[in-house]
Design a protein around this ligand. Structure first.
Ligand SMILES: [Zn+2]
Ligand SMILES: [Zn+2]
Length: 127
């Protein structure tokens, strides 16, 4: 039975990350998951976020200051608002050729690059 409950809680955590657009923090996932599954503990949510990230089912993204989680797995760039700290995906295609170019220029084996744009989001600019 315990195994079954664990599976169900992991599924809840996984689905919650997908539902929370805007790259939730572990705490935001916990608060939302608790609405659906009142018995879920903070520890369970954090543990499952780690397991899901390690399994590659969600992505752990490091933006200045805090770890957030992303349900979109393909490489993409982010924008962080320095006022409200919201993280958004940006509509610029991922530049795979940059990895190749750096590999060629240096002899490093480049697997990926991460780019985080910083500034003030539309919502905060209006306020
Ligand atoms: Zn903002
Ligand atoms: Zn993203």
């Amino acid at each position: 039975m315990k195994q079954k409950r664990n599976t169900l809680q992991r599924k809840t955590v996984f689905e919650t990350v997908g539902e929370l657009h805007g790259h939730p923090t572990a705490n935001q996932v916990y608060l939302k998951a608790r609405e659906k599954c009142p018995k879920i503990s903070r520890g369970t949510v954090y543990r499952n976020l780690n397991v899901l990230s390690d399994d590659g089912r969600i992505k752990r993204i490091k933006v200045p200051g805090i770890v957030r989680y992303d349900s979109k797995l393909e490489p993409h760039y982010h924008f962080i608002c320095t006022v409200c700290h919201n993280v958004s995906d940006v509509p610029i295609p991922y530049q795979f050729q940059l990895n190749d170019r750096l590999s060629k220029d240096t002899g490093f084996k480049v697997n990926l690059h991460r780019t985080v744009f910083e500034g003030i989001c539309e919502k905060c600019r209006k306020e």
